[in-house]
Design a protein around this ligand. Structure first.
Ligand SMILES: NC(=O)C1=CN([C@@H]2O[C@H](COP(=O)(O)OP(=O)(O)OC[C@H]3O[C@@H](n4cnc5c(N)ncnc54)[C@H](O)[C@@H]3O)[C@@H](O)[C@H]2O)C=CC1
Ligand SMILES: O=P(O)(O)OC[C@H]1O[C@](O)(CO)[C@@H](O)[C@@H]1O
Length: 379
């Protein structure tokens, strides 16, 4: 049986990428630090993916097992040696931590086989596989690096499927929205995986997704949190917030249409489709999950700041994006490590210095000034 190894047996790992591989005839080895999940995968050897609809259609996912990357390093290295694909859905900040072990696996593999290995990071980040590749290469010696050519391939990708935090932590089953899109950038003729879309150039796809799905989601999450709302669909039922989401996505939309020469009408239909997905009441998706890790989300290349700086460069409006950034700066959820750190930064150094530090925005930039104005109104 064909083998694939997937780092991160969480929501996207089990509910999306791992499930697609299993349905495409692969045995999926999940690698994770969560001992309980790994044990369950090895005991049950299967789980269910349930659709967030009124009927809750369910698919059984078979041919799965698990390894713990902290305690089973040799087994992980051996599994990398036998895999066709190596994927991750672990969070962009974790990629540097798993890279050394992947590097060891690749280093052994390229002396044992000429079979090709395809590495794809499935994270909400532009160029996530490039980032992973950089960290992997830092852990491979020069002679071995030469053997990667023609044997190990790295492809960037965009992943889109809303998978909320699961209510039953004791179960491997995963509730997911029906919609999904997995776009992979390559010119290689790679083994088919059901549900994987291959494109020559990822930029329009990942930017369209990140600056529509993720920007829209972030606006709802941060404004909802400020307003004491619990979930995304409940927040979107508030007309003022719904209008704010639309206005913000018009700003990112204007940039995307201009940058990628998109058909404006098609793009605005895409926005409406995405907003429809956010309204799914069966997902019960918490604002604190969607708003998680605000420092990462305020990064210069991420869903709020990048479209604002691009809009500014193109002389397009960015006021609503500035409001979303201001709302993110007010996200003080105590159980989120980054939110706590961000609040300390704002308290100790103020908005302009914080934005300079986390978003690389000049302290006197027009965006910063607008964020400061909006922050005062929101707080
Ligand atoms: N949940 C969603 O709807 C979507 C998430 N994404 C992206 O997918 C990635 C994963 O997100 P989720 O699946 O939601 O997160 P998650 O928290 O459900 O899963 C992450 C998994 O990584 C594991 N992990 C953390 N540190 C590790 C380490 N050092 N070594 C091994 N395993 C480790 C965790 O134990 C967990 O099982 C993120 O980059 C996210 O932005 C992308 C699209 C949709
Ligand atoms: O997974 P992240 O980057 O923390 O952000 C949450 C976002 O990602 C998703 O999980 C999936 O695209 C969305 O639900 C949400 O916009």
């Amino acid at each position: 049986m064909k083998q694939t190894v997937h780092f991160g047996a969480g929501n996207i790992g089990r509910g999306f990428i791992g499930a697609l591989f299993s349905e495409s005839g692969y045995h999926v080895t999940f690698v994770d630090i969560a001992e309980q999940i790994i044990n369950k995968l090895n005991e049950q050897k299967s789980y269910h993916v349930k659709l967030a609809t009124d009927k809750q259609e369910t698919t059984a996912i078979h041919n799965v097992s698990g390894l713990n990357n902290m305690t089973q390093e040799n087994e992980v290295i051996e599994t990398i040696g036998n895999a066709t694909y190596l994927t991750t859905a672990i969070g962009p900040n974790i990629l540097p931590r798993i890279a050394p072990l992947i590097a060891r696996g690749i280093s052994e593999r390229v002396y044992q086989t000429d079979e090709k290995l395809y590495v794809i990071a499935c994270e909400n980040q532009i160029g996530a596989t490039d980032i992973l590749k950089k960290h992997i290469l830092e852990n491979i010696d020069e002679d071995t690096k030469e053997r990667l050519d023609g044997r190990v391939y790295f492809f960037n990708s965009a992943v889109d499927r809303i998978v909320p935090i699961q209510e039953d932590h004791d179960s491997l089953d995963v509730l997911v929205e029906p919609y999904y899109e997995w776009v992979v950038e390559t010119n290689e003729d790679i083994p088919a995986v059901e549900g994987m879309t291959i494109v020559d150039e990822l930029a329009p796809f990942i930017e369209r997704k990140l600056f529509t799905v993720n920007t829209g989601h972030a606006v709802i999450a941060y404004l909802g949190y400020l307003d004491g709302k619990s979930t995304i669909d409940k927040t979107l039922a508030d007309e003022n917030i719904a209008k704010q989401v639309e206005d913000t996505l018009k700003e990112t939309g204007n940039y995307l249409v201009k940058q990628y020469d998109l058909d404006k009408e098609d793009h605005f239909e895409y926005i409406e489709k995405i907003i429809g997905r956010f309204k799914n009441p069966y997902l019960n998706d918490g604002v604190t999950r969607v708003g998680r890790a605000p420092i990462r989300k305020l990064g210069s290349e991420d869903r709020l700041v990048r479209p604002a700086t691009e809009a500014q460069k193109a002389s397009l409006p960015f006021t609503n994006l500035a409001k979303a950034i201001a709302a993110a700066l007010l996200f003080d959820f105590q159980e989120d490590e980054e939110a706590v750190k961000l609040q300390t930064m704002v308290k100790d150094t103020g908005i302009a210095k914080t934005l300079h530090e986390v978003s690389q925005l000049p302290e006197d930039s027009e965006i910063t000034k607008e964020v400061m104005r909006q922050y005062e109104e929101l707080k």
